[in-house]
Ligand binder design. Sequence first.
Ligand SMILES: [Zn+2]
Length: 520
Amino acid sequence: MNYKVLYRKYRPNTFENIIGQDYIITTLKNSIINQSIAHAYIFSGPRGTGKTSTAKVFAKAINCLNNDTGSPCGNCEFCKNFSENPDIIEIDAASNNGVDEIRNLIDNIKLTPSNGKFKVYIIDEVHMLTTSAFNALLLTLEEPPKHVVFILATTNIESVPITILSRCQRFDFQKIKIKDIVNCLEKICKEENIHYEDGVLEEIAYLSEGGMRDALSLLDQLSKNTDNISLELVENQIKIVSQSTIEELFQNIESNDIDNVIKEIDNFRNNAINYKYLVKKIIEYLSKKIIYVKKNIEVKRLSYLDYKNIIIELADTLNKININVDAYTILEIILLNYIDVKRSDNKKTITTPAKLQEKEEKNNINIDNPKEMELKDYNNLIDIRINNCFVNATKNDLENLKSLITNFLSSSYIDGKIKSILLDATLVTASPFIGVFCVEDNYASKIANNLVDLLENEFKNFNKNDIKFIFASKDKWEVEKQKYIENLKNNVKYTYIKEEFNNSDEILNDVFDITKVEII
Ligand SMILES: [Zn+2]
């Protein structure tokens, strides 16, 4: 058992050990050499990129008695006693965000430093301060005593008031490059006698997203119970996906092997692979692939445009996975969309916002003029099914179907994807033949409607009852409900409309085209 907190042990204590921030380090060192030290600095950047370490080394360097090179000498009285120095004051705003701490700080700020040349206040996660604490800090920043240096650090520069920012010299810390993290991990492994298989350090570096602290924590975690870290261990313990798995996935897409594509995505889901990580990994893979396809080095069934669209669609989901839909289902739908070779080229083109607007305007005509409704051509499955449901919807049917669905949800007939969709949906109206669900937004409704065939089949297996379903967004449902009430008042009857499409694929494609608009 060789447990060690590596990130503490290897926290950089010299400028030379700080990785990947060369420009910042050079500038800070020069300011010491030229004796042009500012009164306030703000270090911003992602976590684990060396902000606090840099702040501490800088605090040491400016007080060091032999700092002609810009670096702390490490030998003078000040450097040696740095950790006990009462003039280096660290405040973690994440845990002390009150105005009292800042007041306290201000009260003591006038006292000259007891040992060093400067009193240095390091305020970590400064964006967490309350407004009144910021105001108190601002007063001090406006007229700081000569012997005081503030170093503010934040992972969220947008939340720091501009009044504070304008009084600080700002340094933006960059994510550390994978290559640099790997180099650093190599050295530490050597030092700690940790062995590893080829590719392990690269995976760790990749997973840590440019943060050295995370990389070292992962290395810690993995080296805890083994002397030789295998890729398999990384896969099992940290839930990574290997390059070859992603390659295989795309080979299956290329060869239209739907079953295996679904199986592979199910594996991701069952192994609880982090979705963001997975998508980033896929995008990284595709970004390399797309160059070969563009250069015609690899002639594939999927074109350059296909690859480009997959990348755009997947990247778009990264911002949308907070909606209550199983993220893997979204992945599945996006990828399956590229399996069907029969699709013609014009269906692949992205619908322009103008076209969407036109479509919406058409819909609006329907909504505002209920009497016109029966005359209109329906090209939208949601409209048709809601309409057909209203033909003979009753409260009784709604209650019956609700309790059937409750039973269905706890039955063994239900697939995981369908379950997660139903759990986030509300059944809002029902006839003996059709059930209408309401979901959060358009995006969620498109995802759900793409699986409506599967839902109907499973529900039929469970219930022997042939019921059609449709999912509408909250907004859409609200409009349809008002229209329904209006029609009841005016005694306008709903009449049954034939669903135009016999081929369910085409219905789904029609629904899917709208999805693409949101991706732009
Ligand atoms: Zn020194």
